[in-house]
Structure formats: C-alpha cells, structure tokens
Design a protein. Structure first.
Length: 475
C-alpha cells in the first residue's frame, strides 16, 4: 500500500514547518540530543553500578538489544508515515484515535518533563565545573537565574531554526563523546590491561540486581525516538528517520557499554567507589596524570544536558503543534513563525511549563539532582506508555495494510514484554517517597488530556471525525 504523509496544514497568518530541510546527520542529532549520551557516564552509570555492580556493562547490553527491538516497532510506522506528531500519530494509525490521544499526551508529558529535569541537570553540572574555579552557590535566586538563562538560550535556538538546533547538538554532544572515549582509551593503554575478569565473570551479580540495573539502564535511552517528530522537516523522512532511530540506539548503546565497562574497571580498588563519585571521568583522567581532560569533559557534560533541553523542547513543541492542529489543544499552538517557520507558540508554551516545573522544585528546596530524578521519573512513565501503545499498534497497522508477517508479531510481543519489565521495575518494589506517588501524578496528568478529548468527542463529534480522517489517512 502507499505511504502516508500526515502534515498539518497552515494556521491562519502562519507558515507550515520547513519541509525537505534536514539531512541525515541532523535528524540523528535530534534523537541524540534527547538521549544526551554524554551525561550518562557521569551521572547515570554510577547509579546503575550501585544496583548492578560488575554486571553494569551487561545491563546496558540487554537494554540496547531491548530498545533495538522496540525501535523496530516504531520503524514500522516511521518507514511508512511522515508526521511531526510522532508516536501520537503512529498509535492512532494502529489502534484508533483514543489510543493515539493517550500516546500523544504521554509523549508530550515525557518530553516536557525531560526538559524540566535537564534544566536542573544543566545547572548542577555547570556549577560543578565552576567550583573548579572557586565559584559555588546554593542560593535559590541564583539557581533559578541560571535555570532561566539555560532555558532562554535553548528557546532562542529552537525558535530561530531547527537546523541550528540540531547542529548545536551535533557539535556539543559529539565533541564530548569523543573526549569521553579518548579518556577511556588512554586509561586502558596506561593501565596495560583490557580484560577485567571481575566483570566478565559477573562477580557478585545476581538476577535481581541485574534486573534492577536493567531498568535503570533503560532510562538512559528515553527519547531515542525523537527523530520521528521531524517527519515534515527531514529531507527523506521515510528513509532518514528509521535509520536515525536505530542509529541513535545502537551508537548510544555501544558507548554506554564501553563507558560502563571502563569506569567499573577503573574504579576497582579506589577508596571512593564508582557510585559515590560525582565526577568519575575526572578521576579516570587523573589516574594517568591529565586532569584537565576531566575538567573539559565535565564542561561537555553540562553542555550535553543543555542540548537535551533544546532537543526536548523542540520535540515537545512539534507534538503539541500537531495536537493543536487536531483540535486537542488551543489553536494558537498551531502557528508557525513567519520568518523561521518554527512552531514558536508551542515552543514558548512547553519552555514556560518546563522552567515552571524546574523552578517549583527549586523553590520547594529540593536539591538539583533530587529534582532531576523526580522530573525524569515522571518523564519516563510518559515514554513507556507511548512506546507500549506503539508496540501494540505496529502489528495491527501491518495487518490492516496486508503486510503482517509472523516475525512482526514475535518482535512486537518481545518488545512489549521488555517494556513491561521496565515499567514494573519503577513501581515494584514500592519505592520510597516521593517516588511512590509519582505514578499517580503521571496518571492524573495523563487523565487531564484524555478527559479533554472525551469532552470534545461529546460536544464536537464532527470535528473529531475530521481529526480521525487526517490522523489515520488512507489505510
């Protein structure tokens, strides 16, 4: 059957998004920006190590394979459907408009809360760099001021041009990743050994700790699908986007496995364990007498968090832009800038919400990294729900098109089971406060969007019928 393009029309007084605009590397940069892989070695891998220990590298191997399988379900759609609505439109194609709305609101929550979380991550990692020069502060006005500055710069780049945004991500993220890999390579050369039998034999690792580590490792990848929001702006969306989704998972996964293995190896015998270190790469760099590399990497990690703000608000704005075109949000959000063709109203809204969430926790006297964890956990629920719906929708979509094969059913079942494992790991065993209430907060936020849809369906059924026709296209 023919491929489908779901490109929202032009709002009154505005333009559409720029079409045929981004090349493959720029499309990949969008997904890499939300993953923010440079931040994982310094922040997430130590947390995974606290649970999985010497099995940390294996947890990342499993997470990479699992998300490659999930990527195949997303690419069932991205290779056939081009839309800035991303997983919202995909779930609608397979399971109908109600499931699409749930997926869309869940994804929007995921991106907005990710942006809020990494605003805090940017400030925290930035202050860690400044401490090397004698500057430090914990004053709330200063923290909020730095947060506003980071969000404002990200907004300005996103408002100006999506290409400028992706190229900024490309420079900061890839440069920092290069330094991280170089640091680990020099450490291995300096150490003189590559094989760590403590890790290869999984000493001290058991199935329970490995499962919990897998859940945490999974969180390092959330947002890998965000290239799908570029369905209109990509030069060859049905070719570039599927490749970008797979490339972002595979490349990030390889880096995470190498970093997890190398950092765990490097910290053997250290007085400070990996999970207790707030700058593990600086420790590794000092081991071979070149601490300045560690400082540069720390600065790069701060920039990595910043590019995640940028990529997250760009992705959120495009999902909101599509929801607005479909009557599921205020019509002003479907506007695009007359000069830059960016969804500037949607971008403004998601940026303000993100900075509001970040500032609220700071004003509530939550530490920056504690706030990062809370906001990031809420974001993760959004991604898991959206991924799960698309995974179920993929074989249904293929069946309707007469393209379903047994392998599609098998991979869908495997992907859904792996997502359930990840979801179960966030709620059982029941975490301590405030993490124990986060699932209910997420469900409340999701319910608000769904209730709004149900009200619209009751009072404006004709409008919703038009939405369904636009969303589902010719199947």
């Amino acid at each position: 059957m023919s491929d489908i393009t779901v490109a929202p029309g032009v709002a009154a007084g505005g333009k559409s998004l720029k079409s045929n605009h981004l090349n493959f590397i720029e499309v990949v940069s969008q997904s890499i920006g939300v993953i923010a892989p440079s931040g994982t070695p310094g922040l997430v891998i130590p947390v995974v190590f606290a649970t999985a220990g010497n099995g940390t590298w294996l947890a990342y191997v499993f997470a990479t394979v699992a998300l490659l399988i999930v990527s195949l379900q997303i690419n069932v759609f991205s290779s056939r459907v081009a839309s800035p609505g991303s997983l919202y439109v995909y779930a609608g194609h397979g399971l109908g408009r109600f499931a699409g709305v749930i997926s869309g609101w869940a994804l929007l929550i995921g991106y907005v809360f990710t942006a809020a979380a990494v605003i805090n991550g940017t400030v925290s990692s930035g202050l860690a760099v400044f401490q090397n020069f004698g500057f430090q502060t914990s004053a709330i006005p200063a923290l909020i001021g730095f947060s506003l500055l980071a969000a404002a710069i990200a907004f300005a780049l996103g408002w100006r041009d999506i290409r400028l945004s992706t190229r900024t991500t490309l420079i900061f993220e890839f440069g920092t990743l290069g330094l991280i890999l170089l640091t680990l390579a020099i450490w291995f050369i300096h150490h003189g050994k590559v094989v760590d039998t403590v890790q290869t034999t999984l000493q001290g690792v058991n199935p329970t700790t490995l499962r919990l580590g897998l859940v945490l490792a999974f969180f390092s990848f959330v947002g890998f699908e965000s290239a799908t929001v570029l369905g209109v702006e990509s030069q060859q969306p049905r070719r570039f986007i599927p490749r970008a989704v797979l490339t972002s998972v595979a490349a990030s996964g390889i880096i995470f496995v190498i970093a997890a293995y190398g950092l765990t190896f490097a910290f053997h015998g250290n007085a400070t364990t990996l999970d207790q270190s707030n700058a593990p790469l600086t420790v590794v760099a000092r081991a071979f007498g070149f601490a300045p590399i560690g400082l540069i990497i720390s600065a790069g990690v701060a920039l990595s968090f910043f590019t995640c703000i940028l990529a997250s608000i760009n992705a959120a704005a495009r999902v909101l832009y599509t929801l607005s075109h479909h009557g599921l949000f205020h019509s002003s959000a479907q506007s695009t800038h007359d000069t830059h063709a960016s969804p500037h109203i949607a971008l403004s809204f998601v940026t303000l919400v993100a900075i509001g969430l970040s500032a609220a926790l700071t004003l509530g006297h939550w530490a920056l990294l504690d706030a990062y964890g809370i906001l990031g956990s809420l974001a993760t629920y959004g991604f898991l729900v959206s991924y799960g719906l698309v995974t179920v929708a993929a074989p249904v979509f293929l069946y309707r098109r007469g393209e379903l094969k047994p392998v599609h059913v098998v991979t869908s079942l495997i992907a859904f089971a792996l997502l359930l494992v990840a979801l179960a790991g966030t709620v059982y065993p029941v975490p301590s406060w405030p993490y124990n209430i986060l699932p209910y907060i997420f469900l409340g936020l999701l319910a608000a969007g769904v209730v709004y849809f149900l009200v619209l369906r009751a009072v404006a059924p004709q409008r919703l019928a038009e939405v369904e026709a636009e969303t589902l296209g010719a199947l």
